[in-house]
Design a protein around this ligand. Structure first.
Ligand SMILES: [Zn+2]
Length: 393
């Protein structure tokens, strides 16, 4: 059943009522009647719709206040599955999850995003099919696909817009291509936004103001404010990498400006600086390996990069007043040196009120932030009240 193409005829109200059940807590018909102010017969009909779809199932009996105990109903996340695809410049991670974003099967492999959308997306779809099989499910259970791309994406159309490290992808109809391959609706966003979403849903669901900072070959941030992802007018919100570091060195950046955060503090920038000192390093993973091996110059360089990032983040803290800043991306694997540098400057440069309850922590999703976010984005789409109405018709 395809929620997007099925015409919405007459709303049954089942989609809206389902939103109440999404927290997973079992409820009785009369509880639902009470909350919605609807007649019991209306509620019963809506429950029947949702039971028929498998989205809701019986969840045992409530405690009785005398007489036959009433039946309860709860959301069944295992009813359908989504495919989550997190594409990086050189690495892909895919997962099949249920509607609660529980990972059922996953896979990662090296890719070359520069090979272009055709081969990369065809390969992702083929791996996706295999994962559905591995999860013990059939393709008819698949209801949506979420994809993260390593570049700017127009959120409304899901098309990459002038992505600097994705030659051949500009303005490609990624949702259309993948829908053609897998037959379900496809949602696309940039990788940092989906990482922010994944980290938020999995580890910080109670936090309304969260910044996720990805520090790798590039540097970017996903901004969640008042519980909502902020993309900005053109989807460019959170592009921290090209903010000038206060008092930073005048190094040339790939964007054409000088003194950008990315030119000073990205994994690649640190590797270049170390190479100039005669230390063998060309990539973020080289830097991480050096720090882990106890190389002092590498640890100092990472800490200094942390200070540069902190300088830019201090401004973001003053603007957005987040309560959690999560540091992710490959360079975060270098551990405490990066976090220590960031904390040092953010706490020094921000006003006490903004940092009173501010936590600056390392990502807790162990590399899974991207697929968890892609899954959450796909699930959000198919479980909206409007989409559920489409299923019911
Ligand atoms: Zn720049």
């Amino acid at each position: 059943m395809d929620p997007l193409t099925k015409p919405t005829v007459r709303p049954t109200g089942a989609g809206e009522m389902f939103q109440l059940l999404r927290d997973g807590r079992p409820r009785t018909r009369s509880e639902l009647a009470q909350v919605t102010g609807q007649a019991r017969s209306t509620i019963a009909a809506r429950i029947d719709h949702l039971l028929a779809l498998g989205l809701v199932g019986p969840a045992g009996e409530a405690t009785s206040t005398g007489g036959r105990p009433p039946a309860t109903f709860a959301f069944q996340p295992s009813a359908r599955i989504v495919l989550a695809i997190d594409l990086g410049a050189t690495h892909a991670r895919l997962a099949v999850t249920d509607l609660g974003s529980t990972v059922l099967a996953e896979h990662q492999e090296p890719i070359t995003i520069a090979h272009g959308p055709g081969p990369v997306l065809e390969r992702a779809a083929a791996v996706g099919r295999k994962l559905v099989d591995q999860a013990g499910r059939s393709m008819s259970d698949l209801v949506s696909v979420g994809i993260g791309l390593p570049g700017p994406v127009d959120h409304a159309t899901g098309r990459p817009t002038n992505p600097p490290i994705m030659p051949g992808w500009d303005d490609t109809d990624v949702p259309g291509i993948v829908r053609g391959l897998l037959g379900v609706p496809v949602l696309v966003d940039n990788d940092v936004n989906i990482m922010a979403l994944g980290e938020h849903r999995a580890e910080f669901p109670e936090v309304d103001h969260l910044l996720f900072v990805k520090v790798a070959t590039g540097i970017g941030a996903g901004v969640i404010s008042d519980g909502t992802m902020r993309r900005g007018a053109q989807g460019a919100a959170g592009d921290l990498g090209h903010i000038a570091v206060p008092g930073g060195r005048d190094l040339l950046c790939r964007c054409g400006n000088t003194g950008c955060l990315e030119a000073l503090a990205s994994g690649r920038a640190i590797a270049t600086a170390l190479a100039e000192q005669g230390v063998e390093a060309t990539s973020t993973s080289d830097v991480v390996a050096l720090v882990r091996a106890g190389d002092l110059r590498a640890s100092q360089a990472v800490r200094e990069a942390g200070r540069d990032i902190g300088g830019v983040l201090a401004a973001a803290v003053s603007l957005l007043n987040p309560s959690v800043i999560v540091i992710g991306g490959n360079l975060a694997e270098a551990g405490e040196h990066l976090l220590a540098g960031i904390r040092e400057v953010v706490y020094r440069r921000s006003l006490p009120l903004a940092t009173q309850h501010l936590r600056i922590v390392a990502s807790r999703t162990r590399g899974r932030a991207g697929v968890l976010g892609a899954s959450a984005m796909a699930v959000e789409h198919v479980l909206s009240a409007e989409a559920i109405e489409g299923w019911v018709q």
